[in-house]
Ligand binder design. Structure first.
Ligand code: ADP
Ligand code: MG
Length: 272
């Protein structure tokens, strides 16, 4: 068993603090769902774990077992078993998808896989994901539909066999049939040696890939963790109730300004 352990993670983009103390422990064998309103730091969390240079870690730690992830380059993180399925995969004109995939697979091996073996592997996975064969011969993500981009991320995951997959809105842009195919691919990965963090807004994905844990991120903090009852409540009621809960939980240090504002209001009322 392996453990991805995030402690008191604070992350900034430039001067702006986005993550304000995230604690999260994911063991292999577990599937963690992360939900939360847009713009609250979900992608920031996953991209920071993978080592995106835009994000600066100002406090806290990320470990896989006894290995310090924050000291690793992105390719070292990948070799350590991390994989990020991006919310918005980049288009890279000039790089053929199959060449990219083969280079990625080879970077994970001591000896490169033979071309024959790679093609067999690629064809099997393309087939399972119902991806158009021509896609592999096109430039990476260039002109791919939203759904094709997402399936191509899952194809990478299947080829690289990570220990921890971080899947950022992997269901966006997928029609119902494609969603089922992607969900099956994620479920096929499940084992005692695979852990997963899935960011999504939709109950539908979590019905097909049931999480063992559910967390809600508001304003750069996990304000609530629980089981599937959290997903049901968000599906029915949206995020308004969670936000209110967030203000209460995060309230201690924010009490003062709230009280001052109340006082100011009282003063205003009195003076009327
Ligand atoms: P989520 O995935 O929860 O929708 P993100 O992690 O993408 O949210 O974004 C968190 C916050 O970081 C948002 O307020 C967003 O506007 C801000 N942000 C994202 N990228 C940049 C950037 N390049 N420069 C400044 N702020 C950014
Ligand atoms: Mg996002």
């Amino acid at each position: 068993m392996s453990t991805l352990k995030i402690e008191n993670l604070h992350v900034s983009i430039g001067e702006k603090e986005i993550l304000k103390g995230i604690d999260l422990v994911v063991n292999t064998g577990e599937t963690h769902a992360i939900m939360g309103p847009n713009g609250n730091g979900k992608s920031t969390l996953l991209s920071t774990i993978m080592g995106h240079p835009r994000y600066t870690v100002t406090q806290g730690s990320i470990y896989i077992d006894d290995k310090n992830v924050l000291e690793m380059s992105v390719d070292e993180r990948s070799k350590a078993g991390l994989f990020l399925g991006m919310q918005y995969p980049q288009e890279i004109p000039g790089v053929k998808t199959s060449d990219f995939l083969r280079a990625a697979v080879n970077a994970h091996q001591e000896k490169p896989v033979s071309l024959f073996k790679f093609i067999r592997m690629l064809e099997k996975n393309i087939d399972e994901l119902h991806i158009d064969e021509n896609l592999a011969h096109r430039y990476l993500n260039e002109g791919f539909s939203g759904g094709e981009k997402k399936r191509n991320e899952i194809l990478q995951m299947k080829l690289l066999q990570p220990k921890f997959a971080l899947l950022d809105e992997i269901d966006s842009g997928l029609d119902v049939d494609a969603l089922k195919i992607v969900a099956k691919a994620i479920n096929d990965m499940q084992s005692d040696d695979f852990g997963c963090i899935m960011v999504s807004h939709y109950e539908r994905l979590f019905e097909l890939v049931p999480p063992t844990h559910v967390h809600v991120i508001v304003d750069g903090k996990i304000i609530l963790s629980g089981g599937k009852e959290v997903i049901e409540k968000i599906d029915q009621e949206g995020y308004e109730w969670v936000k209110k809960l967030g203000v209460e939980i995060a309230g201690e240090e924010e009490k003062k300004p709230i009280l001052l504002e109340n006082c100011a209001n009282k003063e205003r009322i009195k003076s009327k």
